[in-house]
Design a protein around this ligand. Structure first.
Ligand SMILES: *Cc1c(COP(=O)(O)O)cnc(C)c1O
Length: 424
């Protein structure tokens, strides 16, 4: 099946006379006729459902669809994108370990690594995503357990050289984890470029309607934990908290990572999605391929329009041939990148605020990757406590407007932008 067909068909195949739409199993628990049957499930000796914190049929089907879209062997849904980021990291790292991450990542992920995981004794080194292989290799330490980056970084829109990051990670015997939220598997499949684990905030394009929070973790099944067994004892030695099971032995490379994550981290932290949210997410996935194409078409038209507008100072979008990330975009995202662009209006902070106030179609919202166009002025909202100097250091200039282009008519969006620019 190609990606378009998988959006509709993967993860759930109804039998004769069964519902066409994925059934919503809104139940915390599952009934058994004998305690022995249930004991087998607890021992991971049989497959089946007993409690939704550990597995739910609706959520599992949606996870299987995302695994198919990414070309992975196993996947799990989480209650939010942040839960997915944390679980993917913490499934490998313990106190005393070290992470190497691109510095241009989502603010929440940056904070998780630099503050919260530091409190757990996990250290992080941030590297410029445009660094050389040598610079990246120099950041690696004997206790480094993984390398991390975002295909298209939120909000600064750098494009990750996935092959470069994968090469250095693998040379040091550790996996590359890629947050593929902005590109989605419609526009990039990081496993094809050497990534080992992919994570998503499904709250963005996958849901696509600003409706349900969620996250996903997908394993490529290709990283050989056994070849570097001393680095990954959690996967390659018996788990005494789960009847002494050794995950790589029992579930193979294709299942070890996700089974451990579900059996340990979901059991103990419980960041499980509501089955209802998984059901709604699946509705979003059914049209992901169509929406992504439209998001990209609209964003490119608007980026091109802004670029030649006399009141616009600069535009960042990797689909523009003048963009710093155009070449990497052509390599990793040949069919389009995403709907998010950033630009600056002449006149700085005040002009940016005035411009946004005059928009009629675009919503002012702290959200991105939504069917409806929305925009944000970070200097007066998410980053408002910073002065102009601090903003610059964070890569957020005072005039920066982040616009998440939706799937409305491009002509209407451009007319709206033009009338707003005319008033500043
Ligand atoms: C939004 C986002 C997250 C966090 O996801 P939530 O669903 O908001 O918890 C992580 N990574 C990226 C790239 C994001 O855009």
């Amino acid at each position: 099946m190609n990606q378009d067909t998988k959006c509709l068909k993967a993860g759930y195949t109804p039998g004769n006379g069964e519902p066409r739409q994925l059934p919503l199993i809104q139940s915390t628990t599952f009934r058994y006729t004998s305690g022995d049957d249930m004991a087998k499930l607890f021992d991971l000796e049989a497959n089946g459902y007993f409690y939704t914190r550990l597995a739910n049929p609706t959520s599992d089907s949606v996870a299987a669809k995302i695994a198919a879209l990414e070309g992975g062997t196993a996947a799990i849904l989480t209650s939010s994108g942040m839960a997915a980021v944390f679980f993917a990291l913490f499934n490998i790292c313990s106190c005393g370990d070290h992470i190497v991450s691109s510095s241009t990542i989502y603010g929440g992920s940056f904070n998780l690594m630099s503050v919260t995981m530091k409190r757990m004794g996990v250290d992080v080194t941030f590297v410029d995503p445009d660094c050389t292989e040598e610079e990246l290799a120099a950041a690696m330490r004997p206790n480094t357990k993984l390398v991390y980056g975002e295909t298209i970084a939120n909000p600064v829109l750098t494009v990750l050289d996935i092959e470069k990051f994968a090469k250095v990670a693998h040379a040091h015997g550790v996996p590359l984890i890629v947050d593929n939220t902005f590109a989605t598997p419609i526009n990039c499949r990081p496993f094809e470029w050497g990534a080992d684990i992919v994570i998503h905030s499904t709250s963005k394009y996958m849901d696509g309607h600003a409706s349900v929070m969620g996250g996903a973790i997908v394993d490529s099944g290709r990283f050989d934990w056994n070849a570097h067994a001393d680095k990954f004892p959690g996967l390659t030695t018996p788990d005494e908290s789960y009847h002494g099971v050794t995950y790589t032995e029992k579930f193979g490379l294709e299942g070890a990572f996700i089974t451990k994550l579900s059996a340990q981290l979901m059991r103990d932290f419980g960041s499980v999605p509501s089955p209802f949210n998984s059901f709604v997410l699946n509705l979003g996935l059914e049209s992901l391929h169509v929406r992504m194409q439209r998001h990209c078409e609209n964003a490119l038209k608007i980026a091109q329009h802004l670029q030649q507008h006399e009141k616009v100072a600069w535009v960042k979008y990797c689909g523009l041939p003048t963009d710093k990330y155009y070449e990497l975009g052509q390599k990793y995202l040949p069919n389009g990148s995403c709907g998010v662009i950033s630009f600056g209006v002449k006149g700085g902070r005040q002009a940016a605020q005035d411009f946004m106030q005059k928009l009629q179609i675009a919503n002012i919202a702290t959200h991105v990757a939504d069917a409806a166009t929305c925009c944000l002025h970070p200097a007066s909202t998410t980053h408002r406590q910073m002065n102009d100097e601090e903003l610059l250091a964070a890569g957020v200039s005072a005039d920066l407007i982040r616009m998440s282009v939706g799937i409305e008519g491009a002509d209407d969006l451009i007319a709206d932008i033009d009338q707003a620019l005319a008033q500043i």
